[in-house]
Design a protein around this ligand. Structure first.
Ligand SMILES: Nc1ncnc2c1ncn2[C@@H]1O[C@H](COP(=O)(O)OP(=O)(O)OP(=O)(O)O)[C@@H](O)[C@H]1O
Length: 329
């Protein structure tokens, strides 16, 4: 049975319209008018226990709103949602024991106090016995390489250390389901890798279910086989990331540095030319012809250097948005 079940989930936010000036202010008080933002529209998906799923979409697509509904922070306008067999917006204590929501741009640790103090508060809130608290703390501190960092005020930690301490605080009660909204936001490359590695270990170690949003595609490719893609509140894709790339990135790019300048007519024979700069050229070649084309180039020309790259995933996803609704269930 899936641990997360979402069916026709929708959220519409009413936004009060306020015009400028005194008349606008008076109208705002006495005849308030609203416009309605359809942030999430009829979204349905299921996630099995232990899965790690990427949740992608451009700014304002509805990712955070969906996560907030899954975590029970906001009430859906329509549809149904169940997480670990609980209805999230009822916020039952047993449900709260099973989940955690971490938002990269918000923090729960108290700024002027050492993280350890906030961790003790969390332990009390979640009624974790002292011995168990120490055991979990030791385990997570080691996994996150946070030794020596928990006793200094949070404001003195680097951004990466703070994010790791936030994760520790969010995981102390050993949630089965983790909702992560941009957990690597603003971190440098090393810290991003550290957080990613930790999430992978945590998922394997505790069989936790993780739904993760990130604008860094490297997070998604490193962690998630499956992605959900949302655009303008609607689910456009639910399936394997590799299949998505095959479908929407049918070409790979070959970059070649030849020993001498070759005529464009000869180069055009190898693929769609993207650019020619002296002895260097870039071509787009359909994936299924890649091996054949590379062999031909190597057999027919003298090559100094050759490399093959896939187009950036962001570009591929942009193509998906232009193509319209695609589903792979
Ligand atoms: N409290 C709110 N009141 C009114 N509108 C809101 C509210 N929260 C979000 N919205 C609107 O709902 C839509 C979806 O927002 P949401 O924050 O869920 O998107 P997102 O995919 O998380 O975006 P981002 O990647 O920028 O964080 C946006 O149009 C946003 O302006």
């Amino acid at each position: 049975m899936p641990i997360i079940e979402v069916e026709n989930l929708s959220k519409t936010y009413p936004v009060a319209i306020k015009e400028a000036g005194l008349k606008g202010t008076l109208n705002h008080f006495f005849r308030r008018q609203y416009r309605y933002v359809k942030a999430v529209q009829n979204v349905s998906f299921q996630i099995e226990a232990g899965e790690m799923v990427g949740f992608l979409g451009p700014n304002g697509a509805g990712k955070t709103t969906t996560l907030k509904m899954l975590a029970g922070l906001i009430h859906p306008s329509g549809g149904s949602v169940s997480v670990a067999s609980y209805i999230p917006f009822r916020r039952q204590p047993k449900f709260l024991q099973k989940i955690s929501l971490v938002m990269g741009q918000k923090q729960q640790l108290l700024w002027d106090l050492p993280a350890m103090d906030s961790l003790r508060i969390n332990a009390a809130v979640y009624k974790i016995p002292d011995k168990e608290f120490k055991r979990r703390l030791g385990e997570l501190t080691e996994l996150l390489s946070l030794e020596d960092k928990l006793k200094q005020p949070v404001r003195k930690l680097s951004l990466g250390e703070r994010m790791k301490a936030e994760l520790l605080a969010a995981l102390l009660h050993q949630p089965q389901v983790l909702f992560l909204d941009e957990p690597t936001l603003g971190l440098d490359v090393n810290a991003q890798v550290a957080v990613r590695e930790f999430l992978k270990l945590y998922n394997q170690h505790y069989q936790a279910t993780i739904l993760l949003t990130s604008h860094y595609m490297a997070d998604i490719t490193a962690l998630c086989d499956r992605v959900l893609i949302i655009h303008q509140g609607q689910l456009m894709y639910d399936g394997n990331l590799d299949k998505l790339l095959e479908q929407f990135a049918p070409c790979s790019e070959i970059r070649v540095e030849f020993a001498q300048v070759l005529p464009p007519e000869q180069l055009a024979d190898y693929g769609e030319i993207e650019a020619i700069e002296g002895r260097k050229a870039r071509f787009l070649v359909p994936r299924e012809e890649l091996t054949k084309t590379v062999s031909r180039i190597l057999a027919q020309t003298e090559v100094v250097d050759l490399s093959i790259t896939d187009p950036p995933i962001e570009e591929t996803i942009g193509r998906l948005f232009n193509a319209g609704v695609v589903e792979e269930k």
